[in-house]
Design a protein around this ligand. Structure first.
Ligand code: FAD
Length: 412
């Protein structure tokens, strides 16, 4: 029960995946469907390994929703090794601790020191960043290595030919097509050979960013800015995570709640601030004060999917990466970390290729290296949904006691 939001420890495969020891002897052509965080990281890693990379993105520009993102040490380590350290540290806030609070009273039920402990224990910092800032960094990193087609929705993939077709009817062939097309991936159905839809998890997230200049005017909220930490308020069927981003000029707040049947396809559905406040009515005063500072919010319905049997089409010409193959609830803050780790492993494996015959075995090796870690993370994220959202009662009390004990031992 005490395990709530632990930073991921790097696995063996990743230790070598952070290096780029060589340029591939054989230069392949990769087509990547989707220019999200995972697609960009893959473009960089495969490009760095010497391959030609073409990326197809349905949107008309590369952008991210206005919200924060948690970068755990397993991800910050990769970004730093790729040369993004100074930018990452400049753009992010390092939380000094994580605190969980009871939703109604605000009493602290769990606390763990982070800050320099992250560097000490995991060799890299925990960072809070604006999603757009992370995207910008990856765009800069990947741009020299990729040709990008915007407004280019891929509508079908012929896996035997390694050929994709865009909405315009234009076709494109590659040695390998990578589906980095997110939780609603169409490439996924091609790879597994059957229809497969995202699962509504029953939860949705309100997202908002608050200027901290407003928060510091209130003595209850000021400490959240002066001593940056990750604060989680946990209550029945709902929880809130809040943290500072952008040099503590902004406070990111994400409010998880039952989705009430929202079935939108988009991530950025405008939400009702009034409904948002009603959903968290009766929560402790700090929460009410934070919500009072929000003038508009977005709703993200939360989907995930069951772990797949395979990420690689039998032809050996199409494979999946990121949310396309292992989407997860954000309750361990690991979705983009896993996508970017996938890219790192692909980059290193394909830097060793010497013959086309090795493509399929290398894609299978990629899956074998990544599958246990991403599956564990998917399932642990689902488990956190249950743990965070326990109804009032003995199980919730037992959770809080175990968290409090964890807190006391870490304070000793
Ligand atoms: P996406 O980012 O979804 O990118 C897919 C891209 O493919 C998009 O640009 C899309 O336009 C494009 N596309 C789709 N279909 C097509 C097509 N047919 N043709 C061409 N292009 C196409 N992760 C963390 O590590 N830390 C966090 O703190 C964190 N917080 C989160 C909070 C919330 C509320 C949510 C919902 C998620 C969070 N995540 C977090 C998870 C993270 O956002 C995702 O796991 C990550 O963005 C997945 O990246 P991706 O590249 O696989 O997919």
């Amino acid at each position: 029960m005490a395990l709530m939001l632990q930073p991921e420890v790097p696995n063996q495969a990743l230790k070598s995946a952070t290096q780029f020891p060589r340029l591939a002897v054989l230069r392949l052509h990769f087509a990547i469907v989707g220019c999200g965080l995972g697609g960009l990281a893959a473009a960089y890693c495969l490009g760095r390994a010497g391959h030609t990379v073409t990326v197809f993105e349905s949107a008309s520009c590369i952008s991210e929703v206005g919200a924060g993102i948690q970068i755990s040490p397993n991800l910050s380590r990769l970004l730093i090794r790729w040369g993004l350290g100074p930018e990452l540290l400049r753009a992010s806030v390092k939380p000094q601790s994580i605190t969980f609070r009871r939703y109604k009273t605000g009493h602290r039920v769990g606390w763990t020191k982070w800050g320099e402990n992250m560097d000490k224990d995991f060799g890299s910092p925990y960072c809070h960043l604006h999603r757009a800032d992370l995207l910008d960094m990856l765009v800069k990193l990947a741009s020299p290595y990729m040709t990008l087609f915007l407004n280019s929705r891929v509508v079908s993939v012929n896996a035997d030919l390694g050929e994709l077709t865009m909405e315009s009817g234009r076709r494109f062939r590659a040695d390998v097509i990578l589906g980095a097309d997110g939780v609603k991936s169409m490439v996924r159905e091609i790879v597994i050979g059957r229809p497969d839809k995202p699962i509504h998890t029953g939860d949705a997230a309100y997202r908002a960013v608050i200027p901290t200049s407003e928060m510091v005017k209130d003595s209850d909220l000021k400490p959240l800015v002066d001593h940056p930490e990750m604060t989680g308020w946990i209550g029945p069927g709902r929880h809130i995570m809040g943290y500072c981003i952008r040099g503590s000029r902004e406070y990111n707040i994400v409010m998880l709640h039952p989705d009430r049947g929202i079935r939108g396809e988009a991530y950025d559905i405008p939400g009702s601030v009034q409904q948002m406040k009603a959903d968290f009515a009766g929560w402790e005063p700090r929460v009410e004060k934070l919500l009072a500072l929000i003038s508009h919010t977005l709703i993200w319905p939360l989907f995930d999917r069951d772990p797949l049997d395979t990420w690689v089409h039998p032809s050996g010409k199409v494979a999946l990466l990121g949310d396309a193959c292992h989407p997860m609830l954000p309750y361990r803050a690991q979705g983009s970390a896993m996508a970017i780790e996938d890219a790192a492993v692909l980059g290193v494996l394909f830097s060793h290729i010497t013959s086309r015959r090795q493509i399929r075995p290398l894609l299978r090796a990629y899956q074998a290296l990544r599958y246990p870690r991403t599956t564990d993370t998917q399932l642990a994220s689902r488990l956190n949904q249950k743990i965070f959202h326990l109804p009032d009662g003995p199980e919730q009390e037992a959770r809080d006691i175990s968290m409090r004990e964890g807190m006391e031992s870490s304070l000793r």
